[in-house]
Every structure is written in C-alpha cells, then in structure tokens.
Design a protein around this ligand. Sequence first.
Ligand SMILES: [Zn+2]
Length: 190
Amino acid sequence: MKAEDVVAKFRESGALLEGHFVLTSGLHSPVYLQCALVLQQPRDAELFGRSIAEHFQTENIQTVASPAIGGLVIGYEVARALGARFIWTERQDATMVLRRGFSVVPGERILVVEDVVTTGGSTREAVAALQANGARVLGAASIIDRSSGKADVGVPRIALATLDVTSVDPAVCELCKRGEPAIKPGSRKA
Ligand SMILES: [Zn+2]
C-alpha cells in the first residue's frame, strides 16, 4: 500500500481533520487524525494490517501487542496477517501494563503496533511493559507517523505513511496567537 493511498483513505473517511487541535500529547496542530473513522471498515483495516505485516514477514513474529485503545483494531489485523497471537497493554494508574490474564514468555518475539505515532509515547510504554515481562520486542509499526520520522521508540519502527505536519507547543502556536480556539477531540479530557 502506497503512502498516498493510505492518506487518501484517511481523507475519504473523514479520519483526517483540518483546523486547530490539541493533541493527546498536549501539542497543538492544524491537523487531527481520528483513526477510528478509517478503521470502521474491516476491509480497509485488513488492507492496512496486511501492508504492515509485509514489513515483518521474515521476523518470525509470535505475538503482536498494541497499546489500548488506539492500537487494538490495527494490531489485531496485523496479527491476523502474520498468523500471530494478539494481546494488548493498557494503562493502570498511569503505568502501561499487561492485564486481563495476558502474559508473555521469556524471549517471545513481539511486534508492537499502534494506529498513529505522534511522540511515540504509547508505543514506547508498551515496549517497556513487554520487555519488563521478558519479551523480545523486534520492532514497532503504525499506519501513520506524524512525527516526520523523528519519534524514537527504542526499537526499529516503520509506518505506512509519514505526515509532515507541525505539532507545536501551545506557547508558540500561531493559531493560538491569532485567537482561534483549539479543539480537543478524542477521548482524554484536558
Ligand atoms: Zn494552538
């Protein structure tokens, strides 16, 4: 799947919004991605999943793990394409952990998959949680990278499409300076 086709799917489904947004990271941006909208259609999710899986076919991935909630749908599809197991990590008292009876064995070969990487925080926390449980995390992937390739998650990382969009500290946000109200879509309250 080509990067421009990935971005086209986002635009078509309304998953790529333009305006003035507060991201989960607290940064402001003229672009907001609502991946849930592009993943509404299982056939599209399956396509993204297969495209990510292609990058890791030779890695003998045993398990795909995703940080909840954003990574769940795409991670599941990547696992399906790789014939791997699927588990997820989630925050408990602000710390990313394995719950629900999920466990990993020492040396288990794991790929971490998320929908969008902005700062890489969720993926980095998921990688750390899995490594703390003895897993061997071989890589990480997302549908979109909006860090312009800069996010470091501590393991090799790929994305189907890299967006070159500016995410800035509110203190230096041009849209804020113009007095335009910033919207916080998504689930976490400001
Ligand atoms: Zn702003």
